[in-house]
Design a protein around this ligand. Structure first.
Ligand SMILES: *Cc1c(COP(=O)(O)O)cnc(C)c1O
Length: 366
């Protein structure tokens, strides 16, 4: 706290992104980045950028990108909102659709940015517990509330909720917006996008960061009926008219249009995930069933924080959350098959050493 800070700022705890260390080369399995490069057409397009394009402001409405997204998902361009990563899109969503009159609902274990947006906008919220096996149970959500946001597949568990279950929530909450954050949907789940024309209170948020290997370009989008999208445009135009630069717009269009490339990459990631999951079960890990590009795992005898540290010393970064109910787990992003073979070899050695000591929470000899 600094004497010049506003009261509002003093009340916010900021999000802690996974580390992006520069000190050495890691096998980086901590921020759910895609291990494969983006479509070659993206870089080819960026290489054609000329000085005229940089001299001018970008299109504030990113119309060509909205057209590309709309035609890919069979919607109208007026049903697409774009932003500087889906984190920014979500920021506008919390401001535009959730208000102080009733609490926002989301799971107790989910993307940890949601409570932070609530703090930013002074919103109250209720965290609804996942079931003991980390599922979202729609019947535990209230019929009337200030809005619901669910990550599907959920983060950091990876568990997927069937769209038919989400339909129940949409029908029961006609007066509030239900936001489905589909950051990981392309790794095997079924999207709620086909339900948008039926439900005026459904907003689906996606990103190019994970399935399209473009975390560095910063492009996210929201899809919904016109009324919701117009609301997001007002939120955006009261904050920054040009959230997407010309390079981001141009690159994102190529990525959306190169369907084959991203389907190939997400297919490989899903295949590696399912193979890895089987191997980890064999090594004595509990693995939460995942349709995302990561696995949440725990070992019977070696503590999660110890696993995280020992892997880090060996040049492998994973994510450890020191949070209720999940502090026994580490989250492992799916890399290439070679990355994951290296990961398995190391975690196999670490747990073998840990198990031979036979106690939990001791520091392990390497
Ligand atoms: C990664 C992630 C995002 C943010 O992605 P951007 O890079 O900002 O587009 C949003 N929601 C969830 C659940 C995520 O895991």
């Amino acid at each position: 706290m600094n004497r010049y800070w506003s009261k509002r700022l003093g009340e916010i705890t900021a999000y802690q992104a996974g580390e992006q260390p520069q000190d050495r080369t890691y096998i980086k399995l901590n921020t759910n980045e895609n291990p494969y490069p983006p479509s070659g057409k993206v870089l080819a397009r960026l290489n054609q950028v000329d000085t005229e394009m940089l001299r001018r402001y970008p299109d504030p409405d990113a119309r060509l990108l909205k057209q590309a997204i709309a035609s890919y998902y069979d919607l109208e361009p007026g049903m697409v909102f774009t932003g500087n990563g889906s984190d920014e899109v979500l920021g506008h969503v919390f401001m535009a659709f959730f208000d102080q009159s009733a609490p926002v609902c989301f799971p107790d274990i989910t993307y940890s940015f949601y409570p932070i947006y609530c703090a930013r906008y002074g919103l109250s919220y209720i965290q609804i517990p996942l079931t003991s096996d980390f599922r979202i149970d729609p019947d535990t959500y209230p019929d009337r509330c200030g809005g619901i946001i669910l990550a599907n597949p959920n983060a950091p568990t990876g568990r997927f909720l069937e769209p038919a279950q989400i339909k129940k929530l949409l029908g029961r909450n006609p007066d509030s917006v239900i936001v489905i954050d589909e950051a990981y949907i392309d790794f095997g789940g079924a999207s709620c996008i086909p339900m948008i024309r039926e439900y005026p209170n459904l907003l689906v948020v996606q990103t190019l960061s994970k399935s399209r290997s473009l975390a560095g370009l910063r492009v996210g989008f929201a899809l919904g009926q016109m009324g919701l999208i117009c609301g997001l445009e007002i939120a955006k135009n009261s904050f920054n008219s040009y959230p997407l630069g010309s390079l981001a717009i141009a690159g994102a269009i190529e990525a959306i249009n190169d369907q084959d490339h991203y389907l190939q990459c997400t297919g490989k990631v899903a295949e590696t995930r399912d193979w890895l999951s089987g191997c980890l079960l064999g090594l004595g890990f509990d693995v939460i069933p995942s349709l995302a590009n990561f696995l949440m795992i725990r070992h019977a005898s070696v503590q999660a924080e110890v696993l995280y540290q020992k892997l880090r010393e060996r040049g492998i970064l994973v994510r450890y959350f020191n949070a209720p109910r999940i502090s026994d787990y580490i989250r492992v992003s799916i890399g290439t098959r070679a990355d994951m073979q290296e990961f398995l070899r190391n975690i196999g050695e670490i747990t073998a050493a840990g198990t031979s000591i036979g106690t939990k929470a001791v520091s392990l000899p390497l």
